[in-house]
Design a protein around this ligand. Sequence first.
Ligand code: FAD
Length: 494
Amino acid sequence: MGETEDERTSQAGQLFENFVQATTCKGTLQAFSILCRQLELNLSDHRGFYSSLKAAITYWKAKGLWGKLDKRASHKEYSKGKACTDTRCLIIGGGPCGFRTAIELALLGAKVVVIEKRDTFSRNNVLHLWPYTIHDLRNLGAKKFYGKFCAGSIDHISIRQLQLMLLKIALIVGVEVHVNVEFVKLLEPPEGQDTDGPGWRAEVRPADHQISDYEFDVIIGADGRRSTLDGFKRKEFRGKLAIAITANFVNRNTTAEAKVEEISGVAFIFNQKFFLELKEETGIDLENIVYYKDNTHYFVMTAKKQSLLDKGVIINDYIETERLLASDNVNQEALLSYAREAADFGTNYQLPSLDYAINHYSQSDVAMFDFTCMYASENAALVREKNGHQMLVALVGDSLLEPFWPMGTGCARGFLAAFDTAWMIKGWAQGKQPLDLLSERESIYRLLPQTTAENISKNFEQYTIDPATRYPNLNSTCVRPHQVRHLYINGEQG
Ligand code: FAD
């Protein structure tokens, strides 16, 4: 006897639930592959994928999610998913900004491929979310994937939870994701062929991966602070010495832990009395400290060099920060004690036990980073032309503009750049002239480093990929086409 309609609905619902509830990157991809196989969904039909999935999963729990995604997909900017139908995009990096960009491009109807060199999401560290990012993620169904998402007044999320939920949404909207694939370099279209010949491709590791046969019209560097994409000059912002320490402690979710108040960085920076008392009592000298309660108890603090030397965390004093913070000049045990003592004092000794969480390397999750030099790319995009084929190249996220973690700007500015990039790609697909497109992108990019939670538009419901819906003081022609000629790189001339 065959299955009844009800049994089929319930089985499909269970498979979808396994996918929604998966807690790791590998587990998600596996649950997704089982789901697609069992329901005979055609993964190669990237534009029709979401509709087919929706038609196959009719159980009640998924309805809320479909409602949210349908609402997002109905933005007029996407032209019913037909704005970028012939555009093939490669995104390097499955961090939050890579996936957030991928989702937008898929909604525009593009063929989107994300490659990620790792197959685990292991960063415990916690990202501060601006009100608009919370709104944005809620509208993508964040709560369906992570029930605790920004409950009450919580305005943060661990990097890995964010990656995980965005991976799931990207898969649902038809993005092709490959893990354990590392981008090496762009490969030019072969010479002596006309415009119908093969176009731009990517060299990846492993070299025989199917991706190396794909051709692309757009490539996006979302591979973190050290982007592998050629052609972008980096601007350096050298400030005074800034050494940040991140520390994650096990959260056992006890009542005592629940009672301890978080420390929101921005407000706390001005609390001089706290820092003086901390120094007097412990010898620890900080410029700021942030504490978020998430899957772990997460702390990020900026420490003054002298106190790190005095407490034996840094062994020898060197002028160059690289040498100063080199692993052979850091006493790991002293660093563990330093961060624990600061966390203990900062929470008024109320956290019952400060046991370090374990990181990706199976070690206590504490790390020290240099923020003395911050980098930003000089430009947000460029166009390459070779043997009759054009390729639009863009950066998003930390590759574009490096964030200062204690201020928590990374993901918020990163998502804005993801939307701005999607807007540019829509223009590209519509045949806008490259110099007009690049000058508009650069004009918008100039706003990004000054953008704060306070000065962007407060009408979050109106936000779309159109920059005019988000930046109140937008002047998208402040950079003129003749100023971006160097960003149109014609290989034939070079
Ligand atoms: P990332 O999140 O860095 O993602 C880049 C992705 O690209 C990674 O998954 C990487 O594996 C992949 N990748 C890199 N090279 C390649 C390649 N060649 N091919 C394929 N894939 C590649 N921000 C805070 O606000 N607070 C913090 O405490 C904090 N801690 C951090 C700790 C670490 C170790 C790192 C790396 C970043 C941290 N950040 C922190 C920054 C924060 O994670 C980012 O601002 C945020 O995740 C958005 O970044 P992104 O998506 O642009 O890049």
